[in-house]
Structure formats: structure tokens, C-alpha cells
Write a protein that binds this ligand. Structure first.
Ligand code: FES
Length: 147
């Protein structure tokens, strides 16, 4: 039991983060220019809106090597495409239920709202997410074929 805990501490999860160009990506940029500490195991994919993050992108990421996926965009009411983030929220709920049936912990998928000026929040969320996924261990659904 103890060695399993130690193994988890050594485990470096690979996280794919789909981030909205208008909010979270800008926050990531701000976090970088502010020299905030951001885990290096988070791979950002910039999208124009969380509403365009298709379920297939998330499932593909989880099946091909990601240990966790984040979708992050504008706060409710701030979406540049009116309701893209609400569509994303509905999609994430369904996907989390579906992941459980695939044997993948729903906690591996997270949706957050991080505004453009929230560099500190961005860095904090990334650190928390990496730690949460580290505690879950390697994704049992990943084929580990992605380098
Ligand atoms: S434009 Fe940012 S979530 Fe829609």
C-alpha cells in the first residue's frame, strides 16, 4: 500500500487542456509573463471557444495517452459566441457519465471558467489538476501510444 502511494508521487501525469482563446489562453499567457509556476506536464490546445471542443477530441485524448483533460473558457455570460460555454458544460456532464461506463474515472475530465485577467487562478488550477490526476494514477483507458 505504501509503495503504491510512493509510486503515485513519482507519477507525472500528462494533461491536455483545451483553452478558449479569449479567456483562459490569455490567462495562461499572463501567468507565463508573470513568471508564475505552471506544471510542465500540461499541454495547452488553443480553441476559439469551449463550445467547439467536440466530445471526440476529449475521448481521443484520453484513449491515446492523456491522464486528464481540462476544458476551460470564459465565465458564464462572457462567452464571445453567446452560449458556447453553456453548450460545453452540458457536453462535459454527459461525457463524465459516459467515461464512467468506459472504466475511466470522471474526475479525469474537468471544466473550469478562467477569465483573461486570472493568471494566478490559471496557475493554481493547473497545479491542482496535476495533483488530482497524480492521485488517480495513470489513466487505465490510455493506450500509451502517444509520446
Ligand atoms: S468564447 Fe470563451 S468560452 Fe466561448
Amino acid at each position: 500500500m505504501e509503495s503504491q502511494q510512493e509510486n503515485r508521487q513519482d507519477f507525472e501525469p500528462f494533461i491536455v487542456a483545451f483553452v478558449c482563446n479569449w479567456c483562459t489562453y490569455t490567462a495562461a499567457d499572463l501567468a507565463g509573463t508573470s513568471r508564475l509556476q505552471i506544471p510542465k506536464n500540461v499541454h495547452l490546445i488553443r480553441v476559439m471557444c469551449t463550445g467547439m471542443v467536440d466530445s471526440q477530441y476529449i475521448i481521443k485524448a484520453l484513449l491515446e495517452g492523456a491522464d486528464g483533460v481540462l476544458v476551460s473558457g470564459c465565465h458564464p455570460g462572457d462567452c464571445h459566441y453567446i452560449n458556447g460555454n453553456f453548450k460545453a458544460r452540458r457536453r462535459m456532464k454527459l461525457l463524465q457519465a459516459m467515461l464512467a461506463t468506459m472504466g475511466i474515472e470522471p474526475q479525469r475530465l474537468r471544466l473550469t471558467w478562467i477569465g483573461a485577467s486570472d493568471g494566478i487562478q490559471f496557475a493554481k488550477t493547473m497545479r491542482e489538476l496535476v495533483e488530482q490526476v497524480r492521485q488517480l494514477g495513470p489513466n487505465p483507458g490510455a493506450a500509451r501510444s502517444v509520446a
